[in-house]
Design a protein around this ligand. Structure first.
Ligand SMILES: Nc1ncnc2c1ncn2[C@@H]1O[C@H](COP(=O)(O)OP(=O)(O)O)[C@@H](O)[C@H]1O
Ligand SMILES: *[C@@H]1O[C@H](CO)[C@@H](O)[C@H](O)[C@H]1NC(C)=O
Ligand SMILES: [Mg+2]
Length: 321
């Protein structure tokens, strides 16, 4: 008899403890949900390491002093502000293989401690996510609700729109209300987000300025952003597809236009060297010469800049090794 009483008491006690835990857990979950909606402190796996990013860009990004400076400086300022007035919006421009996608991955890596797998990083590729320009109205709804949903979850989020040249024109304007100042939706703070748009528009102007600087005997590093900014923002507007003719550019929602300059044979050689060392074959100087020789260069008369930057280097190294 006594044994039964003890067992029943133990069982009831256990139930009470379990129910208490359960209630607390559920309300904590609900609480976080509500808290995220009314405050701006749902930063998820945000753990920025700007010094690390600066160092990595300095060591491993070749020939892009403007990108390196602009990005490090802008991020540093933006992240030190707990209540920014507007999101940080970069537009990367430059020809193929100059490091645009690479830099966007590095930014993700040093903001969230994990390259592109964090739930705070969203990487859009138009040919994959928005392949059919006939469905633009549907895409507009989807894109807006994705981003709003993502930002409700994590205020500090990174959105990368790669290969904007293939983005159906008009789609990006659905983002315009989210990129401006003082925009509050569902009380969530949208102004802590970082956006990167990547395209090749404007690369003619960047390549031209780089070539002219070289012809007049200037060091590449002496080109200043002021020499390029206006021409570049103009060229980013006067083109086809993606950001071209968008409200986003017209209403000045881009915080920084970032030029990626064409890479020279020297830079290509450094890319090859890096790649062979990666394979533990640093001594194969013959491969450096061979790969650099097989690349195409422009302009035809001087053969200064690689057509495809460093893009095909790793495939070529794999072939020769
Ligand atoms: N400026 C650069 N410095 C070092 N490596 C580079 C640079 N540009 C390109 N690469 C190499 O070439 C690869 C392709 O470059 P990527 O960033 O995809 O070019 P894109 O500008 O077309 O997006 C990179 O993963 C990287 O290994
Ligand atoms: C966040 O964005 C991704 C695309 O990266 C999308 O698939 C997902 O549904 C979005 N999340 C929310 C909550 O809307
Ligand atoms: Mg790319």
């Amino acid at each position: 008899m006594e044994l039964v009483v003890v067992w029943t008491a133990t069982f009831l006690g256990f139930c009470v403890v379990f129910l208490t835990y359960f209630t607390v857990a559920v309300s904590a979950f609900r609480f976080k949900d509500i808290y995220c909606k009314i405050s701006d402190y749902c930063e998820c796996d945000f753990q920025p390491d700007i010094k690390g990013l600066e160092w990595d860009l300095y060591r491993n990004l070749y020939g892009q002093h403007l990108a390196q400076e602009i990005i490090s400086e802008a991020l540093d300022k933006f992240l030190h502000n707990d209540s920014p007035e507007r999101p940080l919006v970069f537009s990367f421009h430059g020809s193929s293989g100059t490091g645009k996608t690479m830099v966007s991955s590095l930014v993700g890596k040093y903001l969230f401690g994990s390259s592109l797998s964090s739930r705070s990083i969203h990487h859009f590729i138009p040919t994959l996510h928005f392949p059919d320009s006939g469905q633009i109205e549907q895409y507009k709804k989807e894109l807006k609700s994705w981003i709003e949903g993502n930002l409700t979850e994590c205020a500090r989020s990174l959105f990368v729109f790669d290969e904007m040249d293939t983005m159906p024109s008009g789609l990006v304007d659905v983002l315009a209300p989210l990129l401006g100042p003082y925009h509050l939706v569902y009380q969530t703070n949208y102004r802590k987000a970082i956006y990167i748009f990547i395209s090749t528009s404007g690369s003619e102007i960047i390549n031209h300025v780089t070539l002219e600087a070289r012809k007049s005997g200037l060091d590449r590093e002496e080109i200043r952003i002021e020499d390029l900014e206006n021409l570049l923002s103009q060229a980013a507007y006067d083109c086809k597809g993606g950001l071209c003719h968008s409200e986003v550019i017209r209403t000045k929602l881009i915080s920084h236009f970032v030029p990626f300059m064409p890479l020279t044979r020297r830079h290509v050689e450094r890319c090859v060297r890096q790649e062979i060392c990666h394979h533990g074959q640093c001594h194969r100087k013959d491969i450096i010469t061979m790969v650099a020789k097989t690349m195409g260069y422009h302009p035809e008369s001087e053969m200064l800049f690689s057509h495809t930057g460093c893009k095909t280097v790793s495939a070529k190294v794999d072939y020769y090794l």
